[in-house]
Design a binder for this molecule. Structure first.
Ligand code: SF4
Length: 338
């Protein structure tokens, strides 16, 4: 049995329902919303919109589980299953009964390696089954969150690490896609502690001794990074991806570079209308803002900093842009998924 999806970090996607609402800048160009608009006139999107059951979801998961052994023979590992690409498992507007069905189906598929990805980490504890919250988190389920800039990293990574420690989650990961700004994984929690999230070490800046290690925390086990795809995609500065790669390398954390997305960086001899030129920008000086196809929407959400090196981008499409960073593919996975 071969993989079903082209997403580089998984083998299968499974959705028990469809529908969601935007919760941050990473959602601006949501693929699932665009798809829902195309096939269901957007009926399942937004705060008041009913979510739609995906009838084939449970049967698909049962089949993946049934075929897991032959998948293992073919690939030497258990199938990775991404939940959910068309919704968010921890969406407040999704039916609690549907969520219970999903958790039961997960428990009935122990040979799948689940990658549960959410942008609502604050909802996880109150929405999981009581057994999961009381020491019974399944060993074949990992939890991932999406963060796209430093603000989200500071807000959500400490919550993810708390959950990992509290619920004994076997592995946790970050999906930094679309990457919209540089991110330092030494995050500052709401308590004012600096947490080196890749090492699982907190440093208290008010500690008079300046001790390196203030207390131990859980740590991040996996980092995925990628630029945005789709017609309205925003470019990802290569320095941002390099920095993540280097932070992971130093901490010996698996790093997967998923894609450049629509825009590829480099020096190009191309007509000006398809070239996007990013300079080190002083955001307070509008004269220095980059020109982007003459269309100001491209400036949204970008935080090119004075420290970013000058870079030209060409819009070539996701496939042509590929996934080579400084001459190599980066295909790290946590041990639990290998
Ligand atoms: S949380 Fe995910 S599915 Fe929901 S709107 Fe944002 S990107 Fe789309």
């Amino acid at each position: 049995m071969t993989q079903q999806t082209k997403i580089e970090w998984t083998d299968f996607t499974v959705n028990f329902w469809e529908g969601c609402q935007k919760v941050g800048p990473g959602c601006d160009n949501c693929y699932a919303e665009e798809r829902n608009g195309r096939f269901s006139a957007g009926a399942n999107w937004g705060p008041g919109a009913p979510r739609r059951l995906v009838k084939g979801g449970p049967a698909k998961l049962r089949k993946i589980e049934r075929d897991a052994l032959s998948f293992h023979r073919e690939h030497g590992r258990w199938p990775r299953v991404f939940l959910s690409s068309l919704c968010d498992v921890f969406d407040n507007a999704a039916s609690p009964a549907w969520r219970i069905d999903l958790f039961r189906a997960i428990e009935a598929a122990p040979n799948c390696r689940f990658q549960m990805l959410t942008k609502r980490v604050g909802n996880v504890f109150q929405m999981i089954p009581p057994a999961w919250a009381n020491g019974g988190w399944p060993s074949h389920v990992g939890l991932m969150i999406t963060v796209v800039n430093q603000e989200e990293a500071n807000r959500d990574i400490p919550k993810l690490l708390d959950l990992k420690a509290r619920l004994d989650i076997p592995w946790v990961g970050l999906s930094i896609e679309p990457m919209l700004a540089p991110i330092d994984l030494m995050v500052t929690s709401s308590k004012g502690h600096d947490i080196q999230s890749l090492r699982g070490v907190a440093v208290d800046p008010t500690d008079p001794d300046g001790a390196d290690e203030y207390y131990r925390t859980a740590k991040i086990d996996w980092v995925i990074c990628g630029g945005e795809s789709g017609p309205k995609a925003r470019p990802m500065h290569p320095d941002w991806a390099r920095s993540l790669r280097d932070q992971c390398w130093e901490a010996e954390t698996p790093f997967l570079f998923k894609q450049w997305g629509e825009w590829i960086p480099g020096e190009f001899d191309v007509p000006p209308e398809i070239r996007w030129q990013a300079f080190p920008v002083d955001p307070t000086d509008s004269n220095l803002l980059p020109e982007m196809d003459g269309n100001p929407r491209w400036n949204n959400g970008l935080e090119f900093l004075p420290t970013d090196t000058h870079c030209l981008f060409q819009k070539v499409g996701k496939k042509a842009a590929g996934r080579i960073l400084d001459g190599s593919e980066h295909n790290g996975f946590p041990e639990a998924l290998t």
